[in-house]
Ligand binder design. Structure first.
Ligand SMILES: CCCCCCCCCCCCCCC/C=C/C(=O)SCCNC(=O)CCNC(=O)[C@H](O)C(C)(C)COP(=O)(O)OP(=O)(O)OC[C@H]1O[C@@H](n2cnc3c(N)ncnc32)[C@H](O)[C@@H]1OP(=O)(O)O
Ligand SMILES: NC(=O)C1=CN([C@@H]2O[C@H](COP(=O)(O)OP(=O)(O)OC[C@H]3O[C@@H](n4cnc5c(N)ncnc54)[C@H](OP(=O)(O)O)[C@@H]3O)[C@@H](O)[C@H]2O)C=CC1
Length: 342
């Protein structure tokens, strides 16, 4: 800035003709705020070996940014399989956590855990559902090599067998569509090993129950048409309930966000069970398979229902605990999966 402009501004002059009004004075640059950079070190959670030291990390860097930098120096550990914790026994930090908002000094120490090979939730869901859908139909159409040759491509004479096939296909078709269009997963991935655990559970169970239900010597349920109709009613009621809960859970989360909220009953009567249960989608799933068990009166279906009930109860209790921990105002009347019971 020239002196003249300064004098013009301050009104002082040396007697010379007052200078023509100068252009408006450019504002002085704001005092540049000093950025406090962080130093970040990453230690292996078990060996405490220093795997990486990053200096001059922007305070606004997210955990995902740090995972990406770590991935650059360790290509075998892509971000999805990295868990970074502040405490070796603590919960992994979320990708969207911001460095300057964490309880760390200017040197942040993170403990790295390799979560192992990962697979997206959607892929696991699709694989675990497409299998049973196809496998059941192989038995329903009695493809060669399943039953004795004289029954190849024959149809069962029992109406319940055809209804069971429609219900089984409807259930897995619904889950595939929910995976594609309804669920908003906050976990990007899950352990690859899940596909083997879930796959064996679903694919083997589907083959096991389909073999007996579609067997030429299969006998319909003891109470005949009445039992089948009642069971079908339970199945369809619970399928509608499960879909309603999934839609309600979807609406709890804006697309692209991961924030969980307390689910509450909506205008849809199928969601009123939220008043009593934390994970009613599991309750309805259990009800669906109880209906299918009554409809077919088949031991493999009972086995599948029992294993699923155990797994869902374990998860429901975990989710219920995290709701109580995260939300102080969480309704105390609710139970994890069965109203007033479990
Ligand atoms: C002929 C008949 C045949 C029958 C076959 C035989 C069957 C045998 C029985 C098999 C039973 C199988 C039952 C399966 C039923 C499943 C049915 C479904 O369809 S479920 C729908 C699909 N959903 C899933 O598969 C969800 C799976 N979820 C999970 O695995 C976990 O939620 C999770 C590992 C993704 C995350 O765990 P979570 O508890 O939610 O979070 P935490 O942070 O508390 O983690 C606990 C623990 O896991 C580690 N972890 C977390 N995330 C991951 C990850 N992405 N990859 C690997 N590991 C992860 C975390 O570090 C913690 O470890 P820890 O050592 O305890 O600190
Ligand atoms: N037959 C069987 O043995 C079993 C069947 N299943 C079936 O699979 C379905 C899905 O299982 P699972 O993934 O464990 O079900 P979850 O209830 O964990 O998840 C269903 C969807 O709802 C979202 N969600 C859950 N709670 C909330 C919340 N409070 N706020 C916002 N979003 C939420 C989840 O997102 P997020 O990723 O953030 O959790 C996910 O996208 C079950 O409903 C059931 O029908 C499940 C287990 C066993």
């Amino acid at each position: 800035m020239d002196t003249l402009a300064l004098e013009a501004k301050s009104g002082k002059s040396d007697g010379a003709a007052a200078p023509a009004p100068s252009k408006p004075r450019p504002k002085p640059p704001k005092k540049a705020r000093r950025i406090v950079y962080f130093e970040v070190e990453i230690l292996h959670i078990k060996t405490r070996e220093k795997l990486l030291l990053l200096d001059k990390v922007e305070p606004t860097a997210t955990i995902l940014d740090i995972k990406s930098l770590f991935h650059k120096s360790n290509p075998q550990w892509y971000p999805a399989r990295q868990a970074l914790c502040l405490d070796p026994k603590g919960k992994p930090l979320r990708d969207e956590d911001i460095l300057q908002e964490l309880p760390v000094g200017t040197t942040a120490t993170f403990y790295f855990k390799d979560l192992g090979s990962q697979m997206t939730w959607g892929t696991v869901f699709l694989i675990e559902c497409i299998g049973p859908l196809v496998i059941y139909l192989l038995f329903y159409f009695r493809l060669p090599l399943i039953y004795t040759p004289k029954y190849e491509f024959t149809a069962s004479k029992h109406l319940v067998v055809h209804i069971a096939c429609m219900c089984h296909s409807f259930h897995y078709g619904k889950r595939i569509l929910e995976t594609l269009f309804v669920h908003r997963f906050s976990h990007g991935t899950m352990p690859m090993r899940n596909i083997f655990k879930n796959g064996s559970y679903y694919w083997c169970s589907a083959a096991w129950m389909a073999y007996y239900i579609n067997h030429p010597l299969y006998t319909p349920p003891y109470y005949g048409e009445k039992q089948v109709k009642a069971a079908l009613g339970i199945f369809l009621f619970c399928q509608l309930g499960s879909l309603s809960i999934h839609m309600a859970l979807r609406n709890l989360k804006l697309s692209g966000t991961k924030v969980k909220k307390i689910p509450y009953p909506t205008k849809n009567p199928f969601t009123w069970i939220f008043a009593l249960v934390s994970c009613p989608n599991y309750t309805y799933e259990l009800g669906s398979w109880i209906g299918f068990t009554l409809m077919t009166q088949c031991v493999p279906v009972l086995f599948f229902t029992a294993v699923g009930f155990i797994q869902m109860t374990i998860w429901a209790k975990g989710k219920h605990r995290s709701y109580l921990k995260e939300f102080k105002e969480y309704p105390t009347l609710r139970s994890p999966i069965l109203p007033f019971i479990l």
